[in-house]
Design a protein around this ligand. Structure first.
Ligand SMILES: [Zn+2]
Length: 220
């Protein structure tokens, strides 16, 4: 069956038709290789694809486990090298994005729990992108997702250049007048124009009742 035409187009765009091992520009002399071969149960999903030049394709395929010479490319290494190459050729498609969990509203009365504000800006001036936002409660040993499509990573936020979107979501009603520590885990990913997803590191926001606002926890 092989990879779908859509998957092939994406990986050729993401790599800009460069070999993901030797990094040379390949033009039409490029193959979309299965990292785990189909014969060994490898899938036709895009995660299992890697664009390679003819030479590297031969090297990856012809290594003989029974007569080892040098070091074989393992699937994890192939995936990591592929991501490096994709990153190199798609990084420019991601403008600077700023986001914050906040109770502050410009020129208006601040939000009160259980209502929580979220503000996200595309600080670039040329490229639109899409984002997914996932917010969950952090309580010891478990992460509880919050409802709502926009905050569960299900719905894409459209971020046009030089635009800011202010949203808000609700904690359960029991958080009204809550005076204990609350930490939210926030995970924002950006999807570029070639539909490649760029993951940010997750961060935490902890609520300070005295300030009626949130501070950033760099690790969560
Ligand atoms: Zn190559």
């Amino acid at each position: 069956m092989g990879f779908s035409p859509k998957a092939r187009t994406k990986v050729l765009l993401w790599s800009d038709r460069h070999c993901c091992l030797c990094k040379k520009p390949c033009d039409t002399n490029i193959e979309v290789h299965h990292i785990v071969p189909e014969a060994n149960g490898g899938s036709n999903r895009i995660e299992n694809a890697i664009p390679l030049c003819f030479d590297c394709h031969g090297k990856v395929q012809n290594y003989n486990d029974y007569h080892p010479l040098g070091n074989k490319y393992k699937p994890e290494e192939l995936k990591a090298r592929r991501e490096q190459v994709y990153e190199e050729f798609t990084r420019y498609l991601v403008p600077p994005i700023h986001y914050i969990v906040t109770q502050r509203i410009h020129d208006r009365e601040n939000r009160q729990l259980p209502d929580v504000g979220f503000v996200i800006s595309n600080l670039g001036n040329s490229l639109p992108v899409k984002a997914t936002v996932k917010v969950s409660f952090v309580v010891p040993n478990q992460k509880i997702p919050l409802g709502g499509d926009y905050y569960s990573g299900k719905r894409l936020w459209h971020l046009n250049p030089s635009h800011t979107t202010s949203g808000h979501f609700s904690l359960p009603d029991s958080f009204k007048n809550y005076s204990e520590k609350i930490t939210l885990k926030v995970n924002v990913s950006i999807e570029d124009q070639y539909e490649r997803v760029h993951h940010n590191l997750p961060v935490g926001y902890t609520y300070l009742p005295a300030d009626n606002d949130w501070f950033l926890e760099p690790s969560v």
